[in-house]
Ligand binder design. Sequence first.
Ligand code: NDP
Ligand code: AKG
Length: 453
Amino acid sequence: MASVYDRHVDLDQFMKGVKKRNHGQTEFIQAVQEVAQDIFEFIEDKEQYHTAQILRRIAEPDRIVSFRVCWEDDEHNIRVQRGWRVQNNNAIGPYKGGIRFHSSVNESVLKFLAFEQTFKNSLTGLPMGGGKGGSNFNPKGKSDSEVMRFCQSFMSELYRHIGPNTDVPAGDIGVGGREIGYMFGQYKRLTGRWEGVLTGKATEYGGSQMRPEATGYGAVYFLQNMLKHAGHDVEGKTAVISGSGNVATHAAEKIVQLGGKVLTLSDSGGFIHDPDGIDQEKIDWVKRLKNERRGRISEYADHFTGATYHDGKRPWDVTCDVALPCATQNELNEGEAKELVENGVIAVSEGANMPTTLDGVKVFHDAKIMYGPGKAANAGGVAVSGLEMSQNSERISWNQERLGDMLTELMADIHEKCVEYGDQGEGHVDYVKGANIAGFKKVADAMLAFGVV
Ligand SMILES: NC(=O)C1=CN([C@@H]2O[C@H](COP(=O)(O)OP(=O)(O)OC[C@H]3O[C@@H](n4cnc5c(N)ncnc54)[C@H](OP(=O)(O)O)[C@@H]3O)[C@@H](O)[C@H]2O)C=CC1
Ligand SMILES: O=C(O)CCC(=O)C(=O)O
């Protein structure tokens, strides 16, 4: 008798199902679409993946925990926020991925991030599954005490769902060293245990050297590998960077160290353009502005002569050789991608997660420029988090130099995997395809080994 379930759905039927089951979750649907088109091609002649419905299963989170987070502001008002942890897939290791605090956070955003994280973590070669969490809490303008009370309340719910062998969160937008400290302190208080349950900790209490730098540096190493593969170098290149947080400032720092010139940085208000170049001294100033004074990037143009501030704008119309979107999802659209290409960009390396819209990706693809998608290019952060987990379990700590070498090697390996599965001949590499297939294969083969679970 014919089965009512057709194992051989095509891409369109598959995406129809995804859209129906995840109605209105536009970011999640976008992330699945971008992966599915490559995976369907890859598994066309591989019956085992169809029979076991592997992609269908990866695109359905193992579980989503959602909870209320109550906290008291400095005026003694009771505030109520939502918190989530999306545990997408733990086939190859404990769930692993950051926590985001931003007013735009919702279930769709966290599902897309956890889905992407599953492929990214697989690409690192380390034993980590994919997860992501967060809240619609907006830390901007809040006092340290308010942030502390919020973090403690958030962890009072989250702690029962995480653990060093279960799920290991870290930072993301709006969650840096300060927030990780408050959350780790609360976990320790609630459980009575010191264990490596979060990464991105300060080095005084078990954090890893190089973790703050790892995502931004890693995105530049990935860029460097792409350029080298095509016979180019970072030295002498002009770079346009968006964002001015952890990833953007460290990407800028590494570009400068390798002899490139950084022209822009941005935040959600607008971007600054400094034709003289944003050197190390200026980057340090931006780090203090953002991490200590918690100010706006517009202040840069008041402080440094020659720089201009462009209110409400994104930096993609500034002519450059390389572009690094390092702020947030969907911050670079089709029109902006066309503008970059027309202005002669040769490579794009994504420090942020899914910063380019699907139409924008198509522009880069058609123009055959070197385009490193976030799940490969920004994997250095979670890779060093994986190394932090190893150091915590072994009760050891590696030095900066050793970790720097490991990060460089990890990014070169990820680049190699992308080339292995994405080489299109005549010197062109489809890095999206390479990252999707290499990331998928390891998770899929582990899932096959487990049977139907
Ligand atoms: N931290 C990490 O290790 C990793 C981060 N990533 C990704 O990198 C990106 C940046 O993260 P990170 O640097 O850690 O975060 P931060 O909070 O340190 O910085 C975020 C930056 O992006 C800007 N930004 C945030 N939302 C928007 C928006 N809607 N429009 C325009 N600008 C925006 C912020 O500006 P403003 O201050 O005005 O909000 C800020 O400049 C994210 O996509 C994150 O998922 C990826 C891998 C690892
Ligand atoms: O280090 C981690 O676990 C989090 C990294 C992360 O959230 C990401 O890669 O997007």
